[in-house]
Design a protein around this ligand. Structure first.
Ligand SMILES: Nc1ncnc2c1ncn2[C@@H]1O[C@H](COP(=O)(O)OP(=O)(O)O)[C@@H](O)[C@H]1O
Ligand SMILES: [Mg+2]
Length: 371
């Protein structure tokens, strides 16, 4: 029998999306083919502590975090160790355990933003999903939009400023935004997810309150013209020749798809595949692939759009480089509708991680004369 691939599945993390990550990881661990993979679940607590369980195989993500029988571990930025290092006090302490690949199932801060990817690059372990560049630029709503525009994609008009500029002269910021953008606008912290700190403002007074709130979360703030239209997303898979198939639609249960709608009262509905004319579907697929490649994406992403009601224009909103990954998450549902089941998705992502690592390993890291 072929040797099993040892996969470290990392979940939890220092993020507002910690709980979402536990659910994604639970689905993934459950679905992984145990004949092919040896799964090593690795928890990161809200405080940032890394743990494995004494009897990891039997335990679910939530149970590992709350159990008393876990062991501290770390991934060290030293490629000769190739994996997980035990930090316990016993004779095992300092011992390293090789991992063939890591699936960082972390959403939001310290997970989807290039930081864990940087650590895994340093450690020399193949990992699922986007690298440092795509993760960090895809997390930043300002840089992301600038790159999308450069790639020829349409985005809603926006403006951005530093929190320090706001604190120095709030009235000047309000004047500038009100002059450059038409109401309603959406105010967002540049680097966050799950709609945290995002509000809609219909006039200057609401704009002031919205900026005050966003400024609690980030030092850079983006304000966008509000689009009236449908919210449509599409999944992407693969490295150098990515594919996008059938999009899905989100129908928000609130005024917009806010935090409560996403996680608390679940009033939103989804439609997979989205009911859209073929021409618009093709535009969405093409734009999603352009966006993915503009950021040098790899592995997977979900790309979100608005289809503007009056004009049918396809406006790109954002890319998510580690979207929610349960069996009922949009990412998986859109692949399911397109003929790729959940188990196959995981197999392909792991294979892509190894392929990308091998390709990168071909690069010289120091000068050698031409042959
Ligand atoms: N410019 C906009 N016009 C209309 N609705 C918007 C706009 N920006 C955000 N929204 C609404 O807010 C939600 C969250 O914004 P988004 O930029 O996707 O942030 P997050 O990264 O937190 O998901 C969107 O799903 C959408 O419902
Ligand atoms: Mg979003």
């Amino acid at each position: 029998m072929a040797k099993k691939i040892r996969v470290g599945v990392i979940f939890g993390g220092r993020s507002g999306e910690h709980e979402v990550s536990l659910r994604s990881a639970e689905s993934i661990i459950h679905a992984m083919d145990k004949a092919k993979y040896e799964v090593i679940p690795i928890a990161i607590t809200q405080a940032g502590k890394w743990l494995v369980s004494g009897n990891a195989k039997a335990l679910l993500p939530q149970a590992i975090i709350s159990s008393n029988h876990h062991e501290p571990v770390a991934i060290i930025g030293d490629p000769t160790r190739r994996g997980l290092t035990r930090l316990g006090m016993d004779s095992e302490a300092g011992r390293s355990e090789a991992l063939d690949v890591i699936f960082p199932v972390l959403h939001g801060t310290y997970g989807e933003d290039g930081t864990i990817q940087g650590l895994l690059e340093m450690a020399g372990v193949p990992y699922v999903g986007c690298g440092v560049l795509a993760s960090s630029t895809g997390m930043d709503k300002i840089v992301m939009k600038q790159l999308f525009e450069r790639a020829g994609l349409e985005v809603t008009p926006y403006d951005w400023f530093l929190r320090s500029a706001w604190e120095e002269n709030p009235e000047a910021v309000i004047r500038r935004v009100a002059r450059s953008l038409e109401f309603p606008v959406f105010v967002k912290p540049a680097n966050l997810g799950s709609s945290v700190g995002i509000s809609r403002a219909d006039d200057r007074k609401e704009l002031r309150e919205a900026i005050k709130d966003a400024a609690r979360y980030d030092r850079r703030i983006i304000v966008e013209h509000g689009v009236t239209g449908r919210e449509v997303e599409v999944s992407i898979l693969a490295n150098e020749r990515p594919i996008a198939r059938l999009p899905g639609e989100i129908m928000a249960g609130h005024e917009f798809y806010d935090y409560e709608d996403k996680y608390i009262d679940n009033r939103s509905r989804t439609q997979v595949p989205a009911k859209l004319p073929k021409k618009i579907i093709e535009r969405i697929q093409r734009a999603a692939l352009v966006a993915f490649q503009a950021l040098d994406g790899s592995g997977l992403a979900r790309v979100d759009f608005f289809v503007e009601s009056k004009t049918n224009r396809v406006l790109i909103n954002e890319i998510n480089t580690m979207p929610g990954f349960t069996t009922i998450s949009m990412y998986a549902k859109m692949w399911e509708a397109s003929g790729i089941g959940y188990g196959e998705l995981i197999d392909r992502l792991i294979a892509l991680a190894i392929e990308r690592y091998k390709d990168k390993s071909r690069n010289l890291t120091s000068y050698r004369p031409r042959q």
